[in-house]
Write a protein that binds this ligand. Sequence first.
Ligand SMILES: [Fe+2]
Length: 338
Amino acid sequence: MQFRLTTDRQARSFSASSTLTAPSNEPFKTHLPVKHSEPTVHSFYHKSTSTFSYVVAGSPYDAESGVLDVVIIDSVLDYDAASGSVTTESADGLMSFCAAQNYRVTAVLETHAHADHLSAGFYISRSLHVGHLNRVANPPLIIGKGIEEVQRRFAPRYGLTQGDLQGSFDLLIDEKMNLRVGNSRINAIHLPGHTPDHMGYQIGENIFTGDVVFLPDVGSARADFPGGSADLLRASIHRLLDASPQTRLYVGHDYPPPSRADPKCFSTISETQHENVHLKNMDDFVQRRLIRDKELAAPRLLHPSLQVNIRGGRLPPPGPDGVSRMQIPLTAGSANLL
Ligand SMILES: [Fe+2]
């Protein structure tokens, strides 16, 4: 089987063992660093949810064996809401890709509790073990400390108890924690506004921003979820833009407008500052964000995503029949329908 990788500079391909499966979340691309010492970034686009997942390779762990340490950021489960089917092709593809590249996954990171896709974080963390596609047993599943607030807010809505939330993540981080991938430092940057738990991860001259700003022709993330704040989002954007102009901002989603054919995963700080359609005038950013958010419909996978993602990507606890079921809180206005 042959994977085809398209790099920013040139196309290249590599062979993989026949037991590996190609990621289904194509197109995926490799973004080579400008400087040799910088990490290499692989992006994977999950078409049905417009989500980018990333595999980020730090500087060499073991130059002799060629093994590189990597982290996986914002992985996705394949979920079909109509049938209730949850499958793992995309996540399996990510793990196969890492194995074929001789990568060692040392951590599985979440930027936030997503409301538009189901996270594969728990599945990947628990699937990787020594001798099976990886050399680190169960790399930790990591998210920002603010997840506790998100869990407190949403667990009762979905009938989840404190016990149901136990063990959902391996490590809750704040900005003071020292994370590394290979010899590269990972700076966690708290970027609330879209959600309270939101973290960006800076690795070299790359920041994995999750949902803060998007590509310049798309704009910025919504700030109307419970616990969200347009004011905080504005402050988080200012914080992001403090980085050096050539820093790449890797986004959590891309929704290409009709004028652009293909999804793209990053723009530089400089491009974001000068070209982002939502950042042209930051004086009235908050007001414009509030108006726009009132017009937006709820994300298609809002309820399934939240009840799975506040548990790290685990399905709801099964009932007595062993079947897991999603809960959808209904609103009926003033109509008496009960
Ligand atoms: Fe989000």
